[in-house]
Design a protein around this ligand. Structure first.
Ligand SMILES: CC(=O)SCCNC(=O)CCNC(=O)[C@H](O)C(C)(C)COP(=O)(O)OP(=O)(O)OC[C@H]1O[C@@H](n2cnc3c(N)ncnc32)[C@H](O)[C@@H]1OP(=O)(O)O
Ligand SMILES: O=C([O-])CC(=O)C(=O)O
Length: 374
C-alpha cells in the first residue's frame, strides 16, 4: 500500500535526499544557507559572498572575496559564436528561452569536460548570465550590439548597467544585491530538483542548469514574479485591487505571488524585499503600485490565510528600478544558478541515480489487436 500522505501529488512531504546547503521552514527566520540565516545574510553580505559560500562551502575571507570578484569580472565576455546565436533569437522570444538557449550554447562552447572543472564552469555562468540576457535584449529591442565588459563591482550592478546603458544608483545596486541573495538557494524546489535529477545521471553541469531554467520558467515557480506584476499593474488604486481580487477568489482563480509548497504562514524573504520595495516606492514617488501590493497582501491573508511568497514584492521592486517585466524571471536565474550548481556538486559527491517508482493506473494486460480490427 502506498502511504497517501507521503506518496501523494507533488511528492509533498517526502524526503527525496539530503542536503547541507539549505533549510526551509525549519530554523531561525525560516531560511538558512549553510547555517546562516537569510535575514542576516541580506543585511550584511554581498551576493558574491553568497555565491562563494554555495560553491566553496564557506564565506570568503576579505582576500578571497577580492580575488573571486576579480575572477567574475574577467568572465563577463561573450564568445562570438554565442553572440551570433543570441542575435538570431527573435525579439518576441520568451527571455527565459533565451537564458535556456544561452546556457545550452555555452555548454557547447565551453564544455565541462571533467567534474574537477565544476567551479570554473559555475563562476563562468554566474559572470556571464547577465551579459547573455542583456546582449540579447538590447540587440533585439534597441538594435545595438552592447559591450558587455563593464567595470561594475557586482553582478547586480553589472546587469543594471548593461540594461540601462549607465551605472546604477547605489540604492538600485543595493536592492539588486539583496534580491540576488534572497533568490540564491531554496533546498529541493522544482528547478533545483530538476538539476539534481539531471546530475544524478552524471550529466554535465550545463545540461543540469539548462533543465533547471526550463523548470523555473513556469508561473507556479519563478515565473510568478512576472505574473504578479501583470496582476498589480491592472489596478489604479488599492480599493480597485481589493474589489478585483475578491472576484478572482470567488471565481477560484490562482493569485500569483501567493502561497508556498513548504512555508505555511509566511515566506521569510517577503518581509525583506517588501521593505526594499517600500523604499524604492518613496524614491521614485510611487503612490499606486506599492499601496496596491500592500492591499493585495492584506486581502489574501484576511480571506484565505495566503501570504506573499518571495515573488510578490519583487514585482514592484523590479518595476521601480525600470526593469521590463519580461526580464524578471531571468534575474532569478542569475541568482539561482548558484544554488542549482551547488546542488549538482552535492549530488555528484554522494550519487545514486534518482529513479522513483510509479503507481500504475492504466489498463489491465491485453493483447495487441490487428490494425484492421482497431
Ligand atoms: C519562488 C517560488 O517559486 S515561490 C512560488 C511561486 N508561485 C506562485 O506564486 C504561484 C501561486 N501559488 C501557487 O500556485 C501555490 O501556492 C504553490 C504552487 C506555490 C504551492 O502549491 P501547493 O503546495 O499545491 O499549495 P497548497 O497545498 O498550500 O494549496 C492549498 C490550497 O490553497 C490554494 N492556493 C494555494 N496558492 C494559491 C494562490 N496563490 N491563489 C489561490 N489559491 C491558492 C490551492 O489551490 C489549494 O486549494 P485546494 O486544496 O482547493 O486545491
Ligand atoms: O521552494 C519552493 O518550492 C519554491 C521557492 O520558494 C523557491 O524555489 O525559491
Amino acid at each position: 500500500m502506498v502511504d497517501k500522505a507521503l506518496g501523494g501529488a507533488g511528492l509533498r512531504g517526502q524526503e527525496a535526499g539530503q542536503t547541507a546547503l539549505c533549510t526551509v521552514g525549519k530554523t531561525g527566520s525560516g531560511l538558512t544557507y549553510c547555517g546562516y540565516d537569510i535575514s542576516e545574510l541580506a543585511d550584511k553580505v554581498q551576493f558574491e559572498e553568497v555565491a562563494f559560500l554555495l560553491s566553496r562551502g564557506e564565506l570568503p575571507t576579505a582576500g578571497e572575496l577580492i580575488e573571486y570578484k576579480a575572477k567574475l569580472k574577467s568572465l563577463r565576455g561573450l564568445p562570438a559564436a554565442l553572440k551570433t546565436v543570441l542575435e538570431a533569437i527573435p525579439k518576441d522570444a520568451h527571455p527565459m528561452d533565451v537564458m535556456r538557449t544561452g546556457c545550452s550554447m555555452l555548454g557547447n562552447l565551453e564544455m565541462e569536460a571533467d567534474f574537477d572543472q565544476a567551479n570554473d564552469a559555475i563562476d563562468r555562468m554566474v559572470a556571464i548570465f547577465p551579459s547573455i540576457i542583456c546582449y540579447w535584449y538590447r540587440f533585439s529591442h534597441d538594435g545595438v550590439r552592447i559591450d558587455v565588459e563593464t567595470d561594475d563591482d557586482s553582478v547586480g550592478a553589472h546587469f543594471l548597467h548593461l540594461l540601462h546603458d549607465k551605472a546604477p544608483s547605489q540604492l538600485f545596486a543595493d536592492v539588486m544585491n539583496v534580491s540576488l541573495i534572497l533568490y540564491a538557494e531554496h533546498e529541493f524546489n522544482a528547478s533545483t530538483f530538476t538539476a539534481r535529477v539531471c546530475a544524478s545521471t552524471l550529466s554535465d553541469i550545463h545540461s543540469c542548469v539548462t533543465g533547471a531554467i526550463g523548470s523555473l520558467r513556469g508561473p507556479l515557480h519563478g515565473g510568478a514574479n512576472e505574473a504578479a506584476m501583470e496582476l498589480i499593474e491592472r489596478f489604479s488604486n488599492a480599493d480597485e485591487a481589493e474589489q478585483e481580487l475578491m472576484g478572482m477568489l470567488e471565481r477560484k482563480e490562482k493569485i500569483m505571488g501567493f502561497g508556498h509548497a513548504i512555508y505555511r504562514e509566511s515566506d521569510p524573504r517577503n518581509v525583506i524585499i517588501k521593505k526594499w520595495s517600500e523604499r524604492l516606492a518613496q524614491e521614485v514617488g510611487d503612490d499606486v503600485l506599492y499601496p496596491v501590493s500592500v492591499r493585495c497582501e492584506e486581502v489574501m491573508w484576511r480571506e484565505k490565510k495566503l501570504f506573499c511568497n518571495a515573488d510578490f514584492f519583487h514585482a514592484s521592486a523590479y518595476h521601480f528600478m525600470g526593469i521590463p517585466t519580461k526580464l524578471f524571471t531571468p534575474i532569478f536565474v542569475m541568482s539561482r544558478v548558484t544554488g542549482w550548481t551547488a546542488h549538482v556538486k552535492e549530488q555528484r559527491a554522494n550519487n545514486r541515480i534518482i529513479r522513483p517508482s510509479a503507481g500504475y493506473i492504466g489498463p489491465e494486460a491485453r493483447p495487441v489487436p490487428e490494425l484492421s480490427e482497431r
